[in-house]
Design a protein around this ligand. Structure first.
Ligand code: SF4
Length: 199
């Protein structure tokens, strides 16, 4: 752990550091299935998350501070993502994008699918949907940036408070257990819609 994570900085210094971190998020994309296409759409000209200061060209996990997991995580792939996450330096953030990454999505009862990336790494922002639209990812990024701007790193290291984008369009900040439960509830709703549409 570095100095910034263990010592509370003076307010003006914290403001400048947080402002810099907020607008220079080097993203490591972990695209696993269809949601990754929405991620790509969010990075291209129409939605263009680079204008928000998110740089999707991290050469590897050691240069990244934002991991975006989009798609279906299988038990076979889970150790690889855990290893990549462990290689990222602190302070690091995780966006779980889409029902599959949040809780297994339509494959929640599959023998080979991990029931949410939060089973193996801590998630900062949950974006529900199957698939969520690129705008939802932009909302998730903006919510994360607001969090970073006002963040105290020692407090963050002591307690994580994930954010979940509600189906009501609101941003909710919850405890880890509450966020896991809320993301599963939101995605159960999405799953019912997907299963209903498939019939
Ligand atoms: S949440 Fe839906 S769109 Fe996204 S990866 Fe899973 S099945 Fe595909």
């Amino acid at each position: 752990m570095g100095v910034m994570e263990s010592v509370e900085l003076p307010k003006p210094l914290k403001f400048v550091f947080n402002w810099g971190r907020k607008y220079s998020l080097w993203a490591f994309n972990f695209g696993l299935a269809c949601c990754a296409i929405e991620f790509i759409a969010a990075s291209t000209a129409r939605h263009d998350f680079i204008r928000l200061g998110v740089i999707p060209f991290a050469h590897g996990p050691r240069q990244a501070d934002l991991l975006m997991v989009s798609g279906t995580l299988t038990d076979k792939m889970a150790p690889a993502i855990k290893r990549l996450y462990d290689e990222m330096p602190e302070p690091k953030y995780v966006i779980s994008f889409g029902s599959c990454a949040n809780c297994g999505g339509p494959y929640w009862d599959s023998y080979s699918v991990t029931k949410g990336v939060d089973q193996i790494i801590p998630v900062d922002v949950y974006v529900p949907g199957c698939p969520p639209r690129p705008e939802a990812l932009l909302d998730g990024i903006i919510a994360l940036q607001d969090r970073i701007q006002n963040e105290s790193l020692p407090q963050r290291m002591a307690e994580r408070r994930p954010i979940i984008l509600g189906t009501d369009g609101q941003v909710h900040e919850l405890s880890v257990a509450e966020a896991q439960e809320a993301s599963r509830a939101a995605d159960a709703e999405v799953r019912r819609e997907v299963e209903g549409a498939a019939r």
